[in-house]
Design a protein around this ligand. Structure first.
Ligand SMILES: Cc1ncc(COP(=O)(O)O)c(C=O)c1O
Length: 390
């Protein structure tokens, strides 16, 4: 039984991280309560303070990701917004796009709609049951009209860390751009956009970066022109009815989510002060403990790479003959454990893993979890499995 009836253990950090570091709450509240002001819009002190706040956050994201300069970082609402911005701002009539089966609906759906309108055509690279895309297939799918290759940095379903660097090399040999969806990896893995060789990278603020929902961004390598899919007020060049072409205003229109950006700034500051090596090491030790424990429970099948170092801490599995939703319900009802079930907005990834259409149950511990909490989850699962199977 849970320690008390109000006990709950949040194991759904791959959906959104919780809790946040304390300064994330205070920064968002401080902006709302006392800073106020719209950045880039007025010359009074509130607007200037808001402006400085956004600039500091942009600089922080830029150095965290290893971008050339802060102007290459565009703030967006989330990864979905950033992916739509890149996809719809880059692709033109007749373009060919290559994606993998591991992509989230935030890639599949914008591409699907452009395809249905007859604007683009696509090739989907198959992945192994562990989630690794077939790089020979990718290589053989490139044509003279291929403009963009899109790949997630790490799978939200299987946790698989993708060979993004190799994919960038293949794409660049054919003069294509690589757009990486780092919704799951940002804040969980230490990486640098230059070392990875990516051209565009979409991230969300509310998962590994520990910021508030409604924050995120797009990195655009210098020299790449993405057409704005949202145009409007920027506080600059207001005499023209043409949206400014300079980055980052080119892709930022309308009043910004300053409390979200202020919180994101603090989330990343927290990661920097802990150190990404320490963050990764702790999450890896939780994943290792979880995988080892799950492996010992009769009837459980784990999906994704078996070596913890090849994956993030999100772990998908199923219990023999039991619906994942039923299992998740039992875990919360009896033990206060919160998980996520179903297709995780990535239907093709489940097809690759062999878990379509029912999906899996996913547990995703976060940096604030302790090893004892993983042990508690394992004990509860073991008990539930024994009870359900017998
Ligand atoms: C791999 C992946 N891509 C994109 C997204 C979309 O992120 P957001 O909902 O923050 O836009 C998610 C969120 O679950 C994800 O896991």
């Amino acid at each position: 039984m849970p320690p008390d009836k109000n006990y709950n253990l949040y194991f759904d950090n791959a959906a959104t991280s919780w809790p946040k570091p304390e300064p994330v709450y205070t920064a968002a509240e401080k902006y709302l309560r006392s800073t106020g002001g719209s950045p880039g819009r007025s010359s009074h002190s509130r607007a200037l303070r808001a402006d400085r706040l956004v600039y500091e956050a942009r600089e922080r994201v830029s150095s965290f990701l290893g971008a050339e300069n802060p102007g290459q970082i565009v703030f967006t609402l989330n990864a979905t917004d950033a992916l739509n911005m890149a996809i719809k701002g880059l692709l033109q009539q007749g373009d060919h796009v290559i994606l993998t089966t591991m992509e989230h609906n935030s890639v599949l759906r914008p591409l699907g709609s452009l395809k249905r309108k007859g604007i683009i055509n696509t090739t989907v690279v198959p992945a192994s049951t562990d989630g690794y895309p077939d790089l020979d297939y990718l290589q053989n799918s490139l044509t003279s009209t291929t403009r963009l290759v899109i790949c997630s940095h790490a799978s939200n379903v299987l946790g698989t860390i993708m060979p993004v660097k190799s994919m960038a090399e293949i794409a660049h040999r054919h003069n294509c751009l690589l757009l990486v969806d780092a919704a799951q990896s940002a804040g969980c893995l230490h990486f640098n956009v230059k070392e990875l060789g990516v051209d565009l990278l979409a991230f969300t603020g509310h998962k590994g970066l520990l910021g508030p929902p409604g924050s995120g961004g797009l990195y655009v390598r210098e020299g790449i022109k993405v057409d704005p899919w949202r145009e409007g007020g920027t506080g600059s060049q207001s005499e023209k009815d043409e949206h400014p072409s300079e980055m980052p205003e080119r892709l930022e229109a309308g009043t910004m989510n300053v409390p979200g950006i202020a919180g994101l700034n603090e989330g990343i500051k927290f990661l920097q002060s802990e150190g990404m090596e320490q963050i990764r090491a702790h999450e890896l030790s939780l994943a290792t403990r979880l995988l080892d424990g799950l492996n010992k429970i009769p009837g459980i099948t784990i999906y994704g790479p078996s070596r913890p170092e090849d994956r993030l801490a999100n772990v998908s599995f199923n219990l023999k003959n039991f619906d994942a939703g039923e299992l998740a319900f039992a875990l919360e009802e009896n033990f206060g454990i919160q998980s996520r079930t179903g297709l995780h907005c990535a239907p093709l990834a489940h097809k690759s893993a062999g878990t379509f259409p029912h999906g899996t149950i996913r547990l995703s511990p976060g940096y604030f979890h302790r090893e004892e909490e993983v042990d508690y989850v394992l004990e509860c699962l073991e008990q539930t499995a024994r009870h359900l199977v017998n």
